[in-house]
Design a protein around this ligand. Structure first.
Ligand SMILES: NC(=O)c1ccc[n+]([C@@H]2O[C@H](COP(=O)([O-])OP(=O)(O)OC[C@H]3O[C@@H](n4cnc5c(N)ncnc54)[C@H](OP(=O)(O)O)[C@@H]3O)[C@@H](O)[C@H]2O)c1
Length: 268
């Protein structure tokens, strides 16, 4: 796939990881991009600034008609699609006792159901454009769950489980499924402010540009799974091999500090 001109659609392209992915993919030879998010002004400005063909669809991915609007745009514009980057997502902090089912539901709607619905509507185009790929941006929180981020983790665990099955199902059809699992990445939606302010924890916060490289590795170079930064894979491994230890650590003081300062931070 690396030699072919790419036709890619990136959700959540108006900021953070999605914007970095768009800037990175735009540098691929002959790239043509479709950018998706709600904030139209940002998408327009980004599309105009990219060194490649780029259009956009301003859409709330949780709206019932969003997948069809996007599919129609792709069909009209391209006829084909070689890469879908399912990146849009958010986290709203809160314990289950505080947020209840409503908070679980809003995470699932955006971080899981919206991904499934968009993929369903674009899969026929991806199959007919094969070799092609889908990259699902999950999270290390989809492997290890912490206090205060259970709803977010539930949505990302679901995304990972579904992606693993899809990988096997779509392999015979030439649609590669890549999974990207970021750890703490400083973005608008996930500022990781306290972690970045402390010398002791600053090193664990990475950049959207590094996640964009992982999206290229999984989406264009055939890699199945990438943690960003890579050592976060150790946390996922420890959760399986040493569950008791991980539970003790995550229920202790240091984990509580992390929980209040990071992954579940959000705009609202
Ligand atoms: N940063 C981290 O530490 C981290 C760690 C692990 C995983 N991730 C995952 O990485 C992905 C990107 O996050 P980010 O860090 O780049 O956060 P971000 O800067 O807040 O970007 C989120 C993007 O999603 C879009 N979005 C949110 N709700 C939407 C909706 N209803 N419909 C359409 N688009 C929507 C936003 O655009 P609009 O507001 O314009 O719609 C924005 O472009 C998410 O799936 C997140 O879970 C992030």
């Amino acid at each position: 796939m690396a030699e072919m001109a790419i036709r890619a659609l990136i959700t959540g392209a108006s900021s953070g990881i999605g914007e970095s992915a768009a800037r990175r993919l735009a540098r691929e030879p002959g790239a043509e991009l479709v950018l998706v998010a709600r904030r139209e002004e940002r998408l327009r400005a980004l599309a105009e600034s990219l060194p490649c063909e780029a259009t956009y669809v301003a859409a709330d991915l949780t709206e019932p008609d969003a997948p069809e609007r996007i599919r129609a745009h792709v069909s009209e514009r391209f006829g084909g699609l070689t890469l879908l980057v399912n990146n849009a997502g958010a986290a709203w902090r809160g314990t289950f006792a505080d947020g209840g089912y409503a908070n679980v539901q809003r995470h699932i709607e955006l971080n899981f159901s919206a991904v499934v619905r968009l993929t369903e509507s674009l899969l026929p185009i991806l199959r007919s454009s094969a070799p092609s790929a889908i990259v699902n941006v999950a999270s290390t929180a989809g492997r290890v769950s912490r206090a205060g981020t259970g709803s977010y983790s539930a949505s990302k665990f679901a995304l990972i489980g579904w992606s693993d099955a899809l990988y096997a199902e779509e392999r015979p059809h030439g649609v590669h499924i890549g999974l990207v699992l970021p750890g703490f990445i400083a973005t608008e939606g996930f500022p990781a402010t306290e972690l970045r302010e402390r010398a002791l924890t600053r090193w664990i916060v990475s950049t959207p540009e590094r996640v964009a490289e992982a999206i290229v590795e999984t989406g264009l170079r055939g890699k199945a799974e990438r943690y960003v930064p890579r050592p976060y894979a150790l946390a996922a491994t420890a959760r399986i091999l040493m569950p008791g230890l991980v539970r003790r650590v995550l229920s202790g003081g240091s984990a509580a500090a992390l929980t209040t300062s990071t992954a579940a931070e959000s705009r609202d």
